[in-house]
Design a protein around this ligand. Structure first.
Ligand SMILES: Nc1ncnc2c1ncn2[C@@H]1O[C@H](COP(=O)(O)OP(=O)(O)OP(=O)(O)O)[C@@H](O)[C@H]1O
Length: 249
């Protein structure tokens, strides 16, 4: 795998957000301080790290929704990437159908190809007649379903799956989860973020652990995850101890 060219790459990427509080560093919160990672064709790369460490930010950078402050995001030529289950990027005045066509074209499908898969997208999204209505009339759940169905059915080259985004009601979630798992276990290139390190253990071929704005470790799940579990347990233990000490003060 190491001689292979990555299909998607972050090279020394830094990212910060404005905090609103102008306390230090001009009110910017530095989330990523120099993250480099590679995604290879056909693999499932899992990204783990504590809440707020920047996993979703990484996914949005990989999807091209965000531009880094520094460093580069490199996507192999003719490779499309889509962040699954988001309704971002839809044109509110266009119908679900027209948005699905645009999304397929943006993902590199031919127009005729896009037309052929539209009915499958409509069926998977379960939007019914609303598929013909403008997206501005959709609830956020409906937008998510359209986004999920479009990314899934259009066979995007690189699927970016952020588990923290919920898709529709409980029944649709189960259906979406099954469809995702089938893809992950197949030949699809996937980047997966999950709060459940156990799920990453089950599904990922490789893992990148983000800590303090940097890559703390990367490698096989069996190598990286035990250290991650140990680290998070130790951190919890330290927090418990400092709470206890504060109570005793
Ligand atoms: N658009 C934004 N503007 C300001 N701050 C942001 C923005 N997006 C993310 N952040 C902040 O950046 C940090 C990282 O957020 P991100 O959602 O990437 O983390 P995460 O690892 O995915 O978190 P979680 O595990 O809780 O889902 C958080 O502190 C968040 O508040």
């Amino acid at each position: 795998m190491t001689n292979e060219q990555p299909v998607l790459e972050l090279r020394d990427v830094a990212m910060s957000f404005k905090t609103g509080k102008n306390l230090f560093d001009h009110g910017r919160h530095h989330i990523l301080r120099g993250v480099s990672l590679n995604v290879f064709r056909g693999e499932t790369l899992g990204i783990i790290g504590r809440n707020g460490c920047g996993k979703t930010t990484i996914m949005r950078l990989l999807a091209g929704i965000l531009t880094p402050d520094a460093g580069t995001v490199i996507r192999a030529q003719h490779h499309s990437a889509a962040l699954l289950s988001i309704g971002l990027g839809f044109k509110p005045n266009l119908s679900g159908r027209d948005n699905a066509i645009v999304a397929c074209l943006l993902q590199g499908r031919e127009y005729e190809e896009a037309l052929l898969i539209l009915e499958d997208i409509k069926e998977f999204s379960e939007l019914g007649e609303s598929f013909e209505e403008s997206v501005k009339t959709y609830s956020s759940g409906m937008k998510s379903r359209l986004g999920f169905a479009t990314a899934l059915i259009s066979n995007v080259d690189i699927l970016l799956i952020d588990e923290s985004l919920s898709v529709g009601d409980a029944r649709f979630k189960r259906k979406a989860k099954k469809a995702m798992t089938d893809r992950i276990k197949g030949k699809q290139t996937v980047v997966l973020v999950s709060h459940s390190a156990r799920q990453i253990e089950e599904l990922a071929d490789r893992v990148v652990w983000i800590e303090d704005g940097l890559v703390a470790a990367e490698g096989l799940p069996s190598d990286v995850l035990p250290n991650y579990f140990e680290y998070t347990e130790e951190e919890k233990r330290q927090k418990r101890l400092s709470r206890k000490a504060a109570r005793n003060d």
